[in-house]
Design a protein around this ligand. Structure first.
Ligand code: NAP
Ligand code: GDD
Length: 325
């Protein structure tokens, strides 16, 4: 049998890089979509650069997507590209809508025109639940987004369901709760904390400024979550799935664990900064992954303490290797 081809938008991001690793292990031909930039940033995929194909296109440009899907002929398309940092969505709401909402229908249109048998995964988000209507959140929980990012993701989710129902596409929406890793961007709270812990430990910093320490999140490991994406596209029928650990922690607990792992007392270093509070906060997120467990046989393998320790250790190692201490 010929090798299946997967096309990944957002391959240079955290999830794209883990998904590419995962699909290469499964002997896929992996085609990654990258947008043109004056300086390449392929650091997360450097280790697999010679095993994947990179193609230039942009979620803002319909023709580029039609051309790439038509030419590379994938059997699966994973749409992971997005402006993914919630605070930026208040300062760039229109751009966020273009990437995260309209961008999804551009990819769906490219599939519909090139080959409607292509299987499609949309990276939806627990941020859509926002001001949560029930606890825990499941596939049927109503949405109440609290940021322009969340609002755009609701459109992406709904248009995916709509294309499945209108055109009979095999289109799935994965409602993923927060997932992290050593490859997480440094502006997100987990990596911001673990990177700061490593810098403080090595004498490179003496303070960490944070916003809301009481926010609660259901945090998992990105490497576990990309497996769920793939499983969604291997079923008989397409559907939407919540992917989460079913466990919740506060930002304060995250901070305590990370500092403790480095033998530090967080109270000596953490400063709360009102400038880092959000105009409308998502106070609490807790997912119910029973449907994914039951239908996909998926469950997370890395626990929250393991995840935090993995990230602190990785940041320490990276800084030491760069000779920063
Ligand atoms: P990430 O690390 O920020 O990666 C985002 C990717 O999107 C990057 O490869 C980026 O490319 C690309 N991109 C952005 N705008 C683009 C455009 N106009 N055209 C083409 N590519 C573009 O995000 P992530 O954590 O891997 O998340 C992956 C997806 O899952 C996102 O859609 C995110 O919203 C969603 N999600 C994430 C989580 C989570 O906790 N991580 C949870 C739920 C949903 P550049 O390298 O060029 O910037
Ligand atoms: N980033 C950040 N920086 N967050 C902070 C800080 C800080 O200094 N201090 C407290 N927080 C709180 C935020 O207010 C939020 O409640 C929580 O930490 C998590 O923030 P992020 O790590 O930035 O993630 P997020 O939950 O806003 O969004 C992530 O998860 C979504 C899924 O629920 C992103 O990956 C989104 O793309 C994703 O859809």
């Amino acid at each position: 049998m010929a090798r299946p081809t997967a096309l990944i938008t957002g391959i240079t991001g955290q999830d794209g890089s883990y998904l590419a690793d995962f699909l290469l292990e499964k002997d896929y031909r992996v085609v990654g979509v990258v947008r043109r930039s004056s300086t390449e940033n392929f650091s997360r995929i450097e280790h697999i650069r010679d095993r994947i194909e990179l193609e230039q296109a942009d979620l803002l440009d319909q023709y580029s997507l039609i051309e790439i899907v038509g030419r590379t002929r994938p059997s699966e398309v994973y749409n992971l590209a997005a402006m993914s940092f919630v605070p930026t969505s208040w300062t760039q709401p229109v751009l966020t809508a273009e990437f995260d909402a309209v961008g999804v229908v551009r990819v769906l249109e490219a599939i519909r025109l090139a080959d409607p048998t292509i299987r499609f995964y949309q990276a939806s988000s627990s941020e859509m639940f926002g001001k949560v209507r029930e606890v825990p959140q499941r596939e049927s929980t109503p949405f109440h987004p609290r940021s322009p990012y969340g609002v755009a993701k609701v459109y992406g989710h709904c248009i995916t369901v709509n294309y499945r129902e209108s055109y009979d596409l095999y289109a799935c929406s994965g409602i993923l709760f927060n997932h992290e890793s050593p490859r997480r961007g440094k502006e997100f709270v987990t990596r911001k904390v673990t990177h700061a812990v490593a810098r403080i430990k090595l004498g490179l910093a003496s303070e960490l400024r944070l916003g809301n320490l009481d926010a609660r999140r259901d945090w998992g490991f990105a490497g576990d979550y990309v497996r769920a994406m793939w499983l969604m596209l291997q079923q008989k029928e397409p559907d939407d799935y919540v992917v989460a650990t079913g466990e919740q922690h506060t930002v304060r607990e995250l901070v305590e664990l990370a500092f403790e792992h480095a033998g530090l007392d967080w109270r000596e270093y953490v400063v709360q900064d009102p400038a880092l509070m959000r105009p409308a906060e998502v106070d609490t997120l807790l997912g119910d992954p029973s449907y994914a467990r039951q239908r996909l046989g998926w469950s997370p393998e890395v626990s929250f303490p393991e995840l935090v320790r993995m990230m602190v250790d990785s940041d320490l190692q990276q800084l030491r290797r760069s000779g920063a201490s």
